[in-house]
Ligand binder design. Structure first.
Ligand SMILES: [Zn+2]
Length: 278
C-alpha cells in the first residue's frame, strides 16, 4: 500500500491520460494521494477528483507562483472551499525566491504569471498557514531557495498541531532538526534519484524515520528515464511528463538510500501518512 504525499493529479498535462493513470494507481496499489490545488481556478478540479476516487485526499492552497495573479476574493474562496470539503487539507503554499532571482524570463511554466515579491508571497503564506493552524489541517509547503525566510516565518506563525509537510525537501541537512521540532514532515521525490541530486539523497538518508514521506509531484519532477516504471508522452516542446505511478520507483530508491527493507519503509511511510493526513 503506497502513499503519494504530494501530486497534482488534476493538472492539464495529465488530463488526457487520467483514466489510464487512475487504473495504474489502483493496481499498484496507491492507498492515498494528496492532490494539491495551486490557485482558485483549479480547486474545483481537485474536488471533482476527490469525489471520483476514495484514495484522493484533496488539498487547497494558493501556490507562491500564483500569488501574483490571485483575485481579491481568493481568501474568501479558500475558506468557502475548505468549509464545503471537510476532507480538505491546505496546500500547496509557501515561499519561492527562485522565481524572482533565477528563473528564466521565458520559462514556459511561468508564462503569464506576475512573479510576486517575497513580502507578498509571505503575506499569503502566513494567512494560509494560520488558517490551517486554526482548523488543525495538514498543510503542504513549497520552498525554493528561501529556507532562511521559511524558518523565520514558521517560528513566528501559528502552525497546525498535527504538523506540516515540506514537500520535495531540498533544504540543508543542518535545518532538518529545527524544522522537525516545529512540526515538519519531509517528502522524498523520485526526481532526487537523478545523479546530480546526491546532496539531497544524503539529507534523506538521515531524516528521522517518523517524519518521512514519499511523493511524485506529478506531472512535474520526472525521474531519470531508466528508473521510470510508467511513462507518458512528452509535451510538444519535449518537456517530460511524470506519471504518478512512478511513486513505486521513488520508494525503491529511498529504501536503498536508507538501507532498509522496502516493506519496512512502506509500513513506516503508511504510518506517517496516516498521522499527518489521516
Ligand atoms: Zn507541487
Amino acid at each position: 500500500m503506497l502513499h503519494d504525499a504530494h501530486n497534482h493529479l488534476h493538472d492539464a498535462w495529465l488530463a488526457p491520460h487520467l483514466a489510464t493513470i487512475a487504473a495504474d494507481l489502483e493496481r499498484l496499489p496507491v492507498a492515498g494521494a494528496v492532490v494539491n490545488g495551486t490557485c482558485e481556478t483549479d480547486w474545483p478540479e481537485v474536488t471533482a477528483l476527490a469525489a471520483a476516487h476514495a484514495w484522493v485526499r484533496p488539498s487547497y492552497g494558493l501556490h507562491p507562483w500564483d500569488v501574483g495573479n490571485a483575485t481579491p476574493a481568493w481568501r474568501a474562496a479558500l475558506v468557502r472551499t475548505l468549509d464545503a470539503n471537510p476532507r480538505g487539507a491546505v496546500g500547496e503554499i509557501g515561499l519561492d525566491r527562485w522565481i524572482l532571482e533565477r528563473a528564466r524570463p521565458d520559462d514556459p511554466r511561468l508564462a503569464g504569471l506576475r512573479r510576486a515579491p517575497l513580502a507578498e508571497q509571505t503575506e499569503a503564506f502566513v494567512w494560509q498557514l494560520s488558517l490551517a493552524a486554526e482548523r488543525n489541517l495538514p498543510a503542504t509547503l513549497h520552498c525554493l531557495e528561501a529556507w532562511g525566510a521559511l524558518m523565520e516565518t514558521l517560528r513566528a506563525t501559528p502552525r497546525p498541531a498535527r504538523g506540516f509537510l515540506l514537500h520535495a525537501y531540498g533544504g540543508p541537512a543542518e535545518m532538518v532538526a529545527e524544522f522537525a521540532a516545529l512540526g515538519a514532515y519531509f517528502s522524498f521525490n523520485g526526481g532526487f534519484l537523478a545523479a546530480r541530486h546526491a546532496a539531497k539523497r544524503a539529507v534523506f538518508a538521515a531524516i528521522p524515520g517518523d517524519r518521512l514521506l514519499v511523493e511524485t509531484d506529478a506531472p512535474a519532477m520526472a525521474l531519470p528515464a531508466d528508473l521510470e516504471t510508467h511513462t507518458l508522452p512528452a509535451l510538444a516542446d519535449g518537456t517530460r511528463v511524470n506519471h504518478p505511478g512512478n511513486l513505486a520507483a521513488a520508494y525503491v530508491g529511498l529504501a536503498a538510500i536508507r538501507r532498509v527493507p522496502l516493506a519496512e519503509l512502506t509500513a513506516q511511510v503508511a504510518r506517517n501518512f496516516a498521522r499527518l493526513f489521516g
